[in-house]
Design a protein around this ligand. Structure first.
Ligand code: IMP
Length: 197
């Protein structure tokens, strides 16, 4: 079975391949078919955005597509940045600063807060004309006060997963993938394909 991975992020494609190729599932990158159009993510949930991306890309490429949408939800910020995680500021340091500043503001108003958060990843699989399946993965943790670590990307330096002393940035990529929202959603895809293939 062959899928187009609807992402320009090579790390994500690598992770899809590592986990699903042993099951006989192949991935084609957008470059290999001459690129894919940007899909406007105008849904209100991760599920809607991942499904939109998968379906529109499948209609364009006339093949089966694997798409994901992910982000960080912080309880004390009413689940912001959520589906706006990538658009919360211009760059990663800016996004981290905005989240930490907003948490300080809430803390000033309410006193002690819990700083609980979760990363969410939703993977949608589609063929032209139809979304076939949607998988949701989550990982829970807390937002620390100062960024720590150099690995990973995005909000990794401020996310301390439950049960760990290291932030996502301080864990090795293998350690992160084994507990992450994306790893978790991919594992659900594996379970689905084991039954199906
Ligand atoms: P997208 O799913 O590629 O649209 O990414 C959503 C945004 O959520 C990213 O740009 C990051 O800011 C954030 N994000 C998603 N997954 C992670 C993660 O594993 N670590 C850190 N930030 C993440």
């Amino acid at each position: 079975m062959k899928f187009l991975a609807a992402t320009g992020n090579l790390h994500k494609i690598e992770e899809f391949r590592n986990i699903l190729e042993p099951l006989g599932i192949e991935f084609v990158s957008p470059n290999e078919i001459g690129g894919i159009p940007d899909v406007e993510e105008n849904g209100t949930t991760f599920e809607e955005n991942a499904s939109l991306k998968a379906l529109e890309t499948a209609n364009f490429a006339k093949m089966k597509v694997f798409a994901d949408d992910s982000g960080l939800e912080i309880e004390d910020l009413d689940n912001a940045p959520g589906i706006y995680s990538a658009r919360y500021a211009e760059d990663n340091p800016g996004r981290i600063k905005r989240v930490l500043d907003e948490l300080l503001e809430v803390e000033k108003k309410r006193g002690k807060i819990k700083r609980k958060a979760r990363f969410v990843c939703v993977i949608a699989i589609a063929e032209p004309g139809k979304v076939l399946q949607v998988f949701r993965g989550e990982v829970y943790g807390t937002i620390i006060r100062e960024p720590r670590g150099v690995g990973g990307f995005g909000y990794d330096p401020i996310f301390l997963p439950n049960g760990f002393e290291q932030t996502f940035s301080e864990l090795t990529p293998e350690q992160k993938d084994s507990i992450s929202h994306r790893g978790n959603a991919l594992q659900k895809a594996v379970d689905y394909f084991i039954v199906k293939v």
